[in-house]
Design a protein around this ligand. Structure first.
Ligand SMILES: C[S@@+](CC[C@H](N)C(=O)[O-])C[C@H]1O[C@@H](n2cnc3c(N)ncnc32)[C@H](O)[C@@H]1O
Length: 260
C-alpha cells in the first residue's frame, strides 16, 4: 500500500499533520504548508482549534450524552487525543470506526487500533463520497441499533458539490438511530477567514485533494432535521471552551447536533 504514497505532491492529511506539529510529512507537504501559512497565517491555529474541539465534543458525547459508538470520517494521521483515546478514557467500552482514504493514514492505522480491551477500534480505507460503502464496512464494529456519533471534522470541505455533501450527510444520518449525533467542522471565508480564499486557490493548484470553504447558510444545511446543541453554529474554538482556556475565534465552523 505504501507504493500509493505520492511524495511529489502535497497531501492534506500530511500537511494537516505538519500544521499540528507532527512528523509524518514530506518536504513537499512542508513547502506547501509554509506557503499556505504565508497567505493565511492563522491556519495553524485553525488546525489546533479543530483538534481541541474534537476533544471537547467527544468528551461531551461520551460523558454526558452516553454515546458509546463513534464513526470518525476523515480521521487524519494519528496525533495526540485521537477519538478512541478521549472516548475510552470516559467509557472504555466505546467502539470507534475510523475512515480515511489517504494511503499514509492506512500505514499508520496500527496507532489508531490500540483499543481498550473492553472496547473496539477499526480502520476503514474508504472514500467519503461513497457513504453506502462506509455503512457496509462498519457493520462488524458498530451496532446499527445503538446511537452513533458521526464525526466529519474538516472533511465535507473535500466534497466540493454542496448538494453531494448534503446527500452524504443525509445518507449517514438516515442510517443511524434516534439519539445519534453529528459532529461537524468546516472552513469558511466568514468569521475573519477572508484571507483563506487566496490560500485555497493556491492549494487547489498545488496540492490534493481540492478544497472549498462554505458559508454559515451552507453549513447549516448539513444539520437539517437535527437538533443543534448549544451554543449552536460557532467558531469551533468557541464551542463550549474549557474554563480558563477560551481561545480566540478561528474561521472554522463547528457544531454538534442530535438526531431526534
Ligand atoms: C483536515 S484533515 C482533518 C483530520 C481530522 N478529522 C481533524 O479534524 O483533525 C482531513 C482528512 O480527511 C481525509 N480525506 C480527504 N478527502 C477524503 C475522502 N474523500 N474520503 C475520506 N477521507 C478523506 C484526508 O486524508 C485527511 O486525513
Amino acid at each position: 500500500m505504501t507504493d500509493r504514497i505520492r511524495t511529489d505532491i502535497a497531501h492534506n492529511a500530511r500537511v494537516w499533520n505538519y500544521w499540528l506539529g507532527g512528523k509524518d510529512n514530506y518536504p513537499v507537504d512542508r513547502a506547501v504548508g509554509d506557503q499556505v501559512t504565508g497567505m493565511y497565517p492563522s491556519i495553524g491555529e485553525v488546525a489546533r482549534a479543530d483538534r481541541a474541539f474534537l476533544g471537547r465534543a467527544v468528551r461531551y458525547l461520551a460523558a454526558e450524552a452516553g454515546i458509546r459508538q463513534f464513526l470518525d470520517i476523515g480521521t487524519g494521521l494519528p496525533t495526540a487525543e485521537n477519538t478512541h483515546e478521549v472516548a475510552q478514557r470516559v467509557a472504555p467500552e466505546s467502539r470507534i470506526a475510523y475512515v480515511d482514504n489517504d494511503p499514509i493514514v492506512l500505514t499508520h492505522a496500527r496507532a489508531l487500533l490500540t483499543s481498550s480491551p473492553e472496547g473496539a477500534t477499526a480502520y476503514i480505507d474508504a472514500d467519503a463520497h461513497h457513504p453506502e460503502g462506509i455503512l457496509r464496512a462498519i457493520e462488524p464494529t458498530l451496532d446499527p441499533k445503538r446511537p452513533v456519533a458521526v464525526m466529519m471534522l474538516g472533511i465535507l470541505n473535500f466534497i466540493l458539490d454542496t448538494a453531494a455533501a448534503r446527500s452524504v450527510v443525509k445518507t449517514l444520518m438516515d442510517a443511524v438511530p434516534s439519539g445519534s449525533h453529528l459532529v461537524l467542522t468546516h472552513p469558511t471565508l466568514e468569521l475573519g477567514g477572508e484571507g483563506n480564499a487566496e490560500a485555497m486557490r493556491f492549494w487547489n493548484e498545488n496540492a490534493t485533494p481540492p478544497i472549498t470553504a462554505r458559508s454559515r447558510e451552507e453549513f447549516e444545511s448539513f444539520l437539517e432535521g437535527l437538533e443543534v446543541l448549544e451554543p449552536g453554529i460557532v467558531s469551533c474554538a468557541l464551542w463550549r471552551p474549557d474554563e480558563g482556556a477560551e481561545g480566540a475565534p478561528v474561521a472554522q465552523f463547528g457544531a454538534v447536533a442530535r438526531k431526534p
